[in-house]
Structures are given as structure tokens and as C-alpha cells.
Design a protein around this ligand. Structure first.
Ligand code: ACO
Length: 361
């Protein structure tokens, strides 16, 4: 038996290929380097959905804009119980109110859901009035406008597009596997996406970038990095934003996001200092991990520069996992459709290691 299904191939997919030894990510025949920074989120969603839906619009942007408006209009009141939850939990609860279905209309609403619900929840939690979607805007520009209540600059929208494209799909990661398992029971796309959100929120998967900011804030200054990181490892903690189940080299998404941070820093006064600090922490962490774990290559993963980029775009730390979901939801939906169209019920076996049957007293 393989602990954690390490090395087990559990699905065939045309969606993405993760080469952990070479450090490459290919999405539907395009390398990540070719896509990120040059493609809008709407286009990557179209690429991932292609062939899995009847009646898919040729240009997803207007249809996705209309879906944002429809999801916002049907959202209902954000009550106190909902607003007491974390943003990702509140977003999951709101998504659960959407009906299940397998058609492109359901898919577009699910694609819109985290993008609409996270800004709405954050603004409501801060006591601010909600900023309804503007269907005429690009998806990323509208997310930033709904969150901040002011138009995004082109540089900010480009940076968010680069992020959402980068995280849109990544092989059979934990949340995508969860989504495929649920899709295989024919429960519907909403149920599959809810499974994906639930798996994503754990700190070993999509919950890491918030703790990356805590780590950077705890370290405070570059010269303190080494001592802080050593002490954390001495306490048996893991360094957030480092290590990966599949990659044995640098996660290619980290460098794409590092480049996006550098591009954004040209238009931001604060970011250059923060970026240089983060690069110093990265260098110290890699050095220490090499020393401490010589037999297990531990390199940077997607979450480290995710944290820096989302912080620069003024997303509150508590929303980072929800922003990850805004991108990954495209992959979950495509995988769910792929599973439904070509796959069987996923039903592995367990090996019983409990006591043998005994007579009841
Ligand atoms: N810091 C310190 N040590 C680590 C780290 C880390 N970030 N990651 C792994 N290790 C060590 C483990 O302690 C273990 O050492 P040991 O064999 O001496 O006990 C060894 O490396 C192997 O660890 P596993 O848990 O077997 O590795 P696995 O493949 O299961 O873990 C994971 C991958 C969960 C991502 C892990 O590296 C980790 O916890 N990283 C920190 C959290 C993080 O950044 N999560 C985001 C991942 S990216 C994503 O999902 C989008």
C-alpha cells in the first residue's frame, strides 16, 4: 500500500501534466511560461472547458460577466452567522446554495462564485457596502474592483490574471482528486466544487499562503531570517511555502509568480523592499532545508510568492485560500466533467487491520 497514495496514478487526463523531476507544468498542451502573464483567466477557463460542454460560448468573458451578476443577484442576505465564518468558509456556504447541474450555465456560475462571494464577504465583515459586479469588465479587474470598491489598474488586473492562470490546474492534487471522486458519483458540479473547496482550505494544500505572511512578519528583518527559521524547524514546524509531494525541484509556478511580483513592483512604491526581503528569506530557507534534509529535496512551492503577490494586491490574508479557489475552480470543473464523461465511479479499497470478529457480549 502507498501511504498518501504517493506515486499512484488514479486518473488519465488531457488537462494538465505535472513533471515533478523536471519542474514543468503543461496545461492542455501549453507550458505555464507560455500562458501566465499573457493569458486572461477567461481564456484559460475556456481552454480547460473546451470539449467538455455543449453550447460553450466562443468568448467566455461576457458570459462569465453575466454569471457574476447572476450569482451576486441571487446571493441573498449575508447574515451574522455567515459573517462569523472565515471568508473561505463563508464562500463555501454561499456556494452550497447554488443548485447542482452539469451544464455550462452551472459551470459559469461556479466559476463566478468565489470571485463574487469572497469580496462580498470581506466588505460585509468590514461593515462596508457591497460593490456589485460589472459584467463589462474582465474577471480579474472586476474581482479587484468588487473587493476594493475602486477600479483596478491594468498592472493590478494583469498580476491577478497571472496568478489565477498559474493556479488554474495542477494534475491530481488533493482538491482536484476530491472533486473527481464526488463527480464520479454523478452528484453534480456544485457538489464537486464544494469538495474541492473543502480539500483546498487545509494548510498542507491551499491554506499555506496566509501562514507564509505570518512567517515573514515573524521574521521581520532579513538578518533575523536564519535564526527564526532554524528555531521553527527545531520546534518541529514546517516552513510554509516549501516542499511539495510531486516536485523534487523548484515548483515552476513559484518563478512565474516571482516574475509577476517583480512586474507589479514597478508600479508599486511599497513592494520592492518587501520583495527583496522575501527573496532573502527564500534564500535562507533553501540553504537551511538543504543542510537539514540532505536526502529529501525541499524547494520553494507555489504558495510563497502567492502570498507576496496577493498581499501586494491588498487581499486580506484571510482571503488567500479563497483567491486560490477563484483560479482552481476552473480546473475542478474541467476535471469533474472529464471524470463524468469518460470515467467510472471512483471506489478504491481499504485493507482491514482492526480486530477479528468476536462474539458480542
Ligand atoms: N519544512 C520543513 N520540512 C519539510 C517541509 C517543510 N515545508 N516539507 C516537508 N518536510 C520534511 C518532512 O518533515 C519530512 O521529513 P522527515 O522525513 O525527516 O520526517 C520530509 O520532508 C517529507 O515530508 P512529507 O510529509 O512526507 O512530504 P509530503 O510530500 O507529504 O508533503 C507538503 C508535501 C505537505 C506540501 C509538505 O512539503 C509541507 O507540509 N509543506 C509546507 C506546507 C505548504 O507549503 N503547503 C503548500 C503546498 S503547495 C499546494 O498544495 C498548492
Amino acid at each position: 500500500m502507498s501511504d498518501g497514495l504517493d506515486g499512484v496514478v488514479a486518473a488519465e487526463t488531457v488537462l494538465s501534466d505535472v513533471d515533478g523531476l523536471a519542474g514543468h507544468l503543461v496545461i492542455r498542451g501549453y507550458t505555464l511560461d507560455d500562458l501566465a502573464g499573457r493569458t486572461r483567466f477567461e481564456d484559460i477557463a475556456h481552454l480547460l472547458f473546451d470539449g467538455f460542454f455543449e453550447d460553450m460560448p466562443t468568448d467566455l468573458a461576457p458570459a462569465l460577466g453575466r454569471a457574476r451578476a447572476a450569482v451576486f443577484a441571487a446571493m441573498g442576505p449575508l447574515d451574522a452567522g455567515l459573517l462569523a465564518l472565515t471568508p473561505v468558509e463563508a464562500m463555501r456556504a454561499l456556494t452550497a446554495r447554488l443548485p447542482d447541474g452539469d451544464d455550462v450555465e452551472t459551470a459559469l456560475k461556479l466559476l463566478a462564485a468565489p470571485a463574487v462571494f469572497i469580496p462580498a464577504v470581506v466588505r460585509a465583515q468590514a461593515g462596508q457596502s457591497l460593490a456589485p459586479p460589472d459584467p463589462s469588465l474582465g474577471h480579474s479587474a472586476d474581482i479587484l474592483r468588487m473587493l476594493h470598491g475602486r477600479p483596478a489598474t491594468a498592472a493590478e488586473a494583469d498580476a491577478l490574471d497571472a496568478y489565477l492562470v498559474t493556479v488554474s490546474d495542477h494534475g491530481l492534487n488533493a482538491s482536484t482528486f476530491a472533486a473527481r471522486v464526488v463527480a464520479s458519483t454523478q452528484a453534480g458540479l456544485t457538489s464537486a466544487v464544494l469538495a474541492g473547496i473543502s480539500a483546498l482550505k487545509g494548510p498542507l494544500h491551499g491554506g499555506a499562503p496566509g501562514p507564509v505572511i505570518d512567517m515573514l512578519d515573524g521574521i521581520g528583518r532579513p538578518e533575523k531570517a536564519r535564526a527564526w527559521l532554524e528555531a521553527a524547524l527545531d520546534r518541529g514546524e514546517r516552513l510554509m511555502g516549501f516542499g511539495h509531494r510531486i516536485y523534487r525541484v523548484r515548483d515552476p509556478r513559484a518563478d512565474v509568480l516571482k516574475a509577476a511580483v517583480r512586474r507589479l513592483s514597478k508600479s508599486s512604491g511599497v513592494l520592492p523592499g518587501r520583495a527583496a526581503f522575501a527573496e532573502a528569506v527564500e534564500a535562507a530557507a533553501l540553504d537551511i532545508l538543504r543542510d537539514r534534509k540532505p536526502d529529501r529535496p525541499l524547494d520553494i512551492n507555489v504558495e510563497f510568492y502567492t502570498a507576496l503577490l496577493l498581499e501586494a494586491l491588498a487581499f486580506p490574508t484571510a482571503t488567500f485560500t479563497g483567491v486560490f479557489a477563484m483560479g482552481r475552480v476552473a480546473g475542478w470543473i474541467a476535471h469533474a466533467r472529464e471524470q463524468l464523461v469518460g470515467g467510472r465511479l471512483i471506489r478504491p479499497q481499504s485493507r482491514y487491520i482492526g480486530p477479528q470478529p468476536r462474539r458480542a457480549a
